[in-house]
Design a protein around this ligand. Structure first.
Ligand code: 0L1
Ligand code: MG
Length: 256
């Protein structure tokens, strides 16, 4: 039996992102399952690398109940980050580059010495050099921000852009820090790092395990977005966005 056209699906998703034009979901029509969707994701990101982008890390998706409920998918997923997706802290994004961008407050790790595949992280403080507040900008390439699990995995888990605030040494407790997302100085979402798989450190174990299944090893110097602590909020032109994580400070970006 001939399986789904991995390269063809990646091309459709890549063209949708490049032209900021939504497309219909693809998984049901093409018979895409989750494993093959990760192969599509790899081909989609390869398309970026072939034009000169660099892989700079991984992200976890749907790590909180709020996010799962928002999109109707109830499995943790992971995606890939490239240098072109990174926006300087306080920098500007152009909403015209995206289809229907949303922002969410995250916790980012700067990776150091990673264990071998299959090994648990063990000493988290050895594996992670620093931690920072972050904003992830997600943008599903599917119409109405609606998708199945294989659809969203193939679409690189809606990864589009991210901004990272100041790095700090990892504090003792990361499992119950207050998280705030403000738009134009007004509170848009309130949460806790406990919403990220109970503790964002757990997201790193999950990332190692899940990405390892697909032969991907996390690397020293990479960024790891552990996941959002709240639901995501639509990003409108002119918005000033600030994500604050207790003890860690803030990350911000502006939209035009
Ligand atoms: O980073 C995320 O949690 C996004 C995962 C994909 C689902 C979505 O687009 O909200
Ligand atoms: Mg996210």
């Amino acid at each position: 039996m001939i399986g789904p056209d991995v390269a063809g699906i990646a091309e459709k998703l890549g063209a949708a992102a490049d032209s900021a034009t939504a497309i219909p979901q693809l998984a049901a029509e093409t018979g895409l399952d989750v494993d093959t969707a990760y192969a599509v994701q790899e081909a989609l990101v390869r398309r970026r690398l072939d034009r000169g982008e660099r892989l700079v890390g991984l992200k976890m998706g749907l790590t909180s109940k709020a996010k799962m409920a928002q999109v109707g998918v109830d499995e943790v997923i992971w995606g890939r980050l490239t240098d072109v997706m990174r926006v300087p802290d306080g920098g500007t994004v152009d909403t015209a580059d995206f289809i229907h961008p949303r922002v969410e407050p995250e916790v980012a790790f700067l990776l150091d010495r990673l264990p071998d595949p299959g090994e648990p992280v063990g000493s988290f403080t050895r594996a992670v050099r620093a931690v920072a507040p972050a904003i992830e900008l997600i943008d599903s390439r599917y119409a109405n921000f609606t998708f199945s699990l294989p659809d969203v995995v193939a679409d690189n888990t809606s990864a589009a852009a991210f901004a990272i605030g100041p790095w700090s040494p990892v504090p003792d407790g990361l499992d119950n820090l207050g998280v705030l997302l403000e738009i134009d100085g007004r509170v848009a979402q309130v949460g806790s790092t406990a919403a990220i798989l109970g503790d964002p450190r757990r997201a790193l174990d999950e990332g190692l395990r899940l990405a390892g299944r697909h032969g991907v090893r996390l690397r020293r110097g990479w960024v790891f977005l552990a996941g959002a602590a709240t639901a995501a909020v639509p990003l409108r032109p002119g918005a000033h966005v600030r994500a604050t994580v207790e003890k860690l400070g803030s990350a911000s970006l502006k939209a035009i």
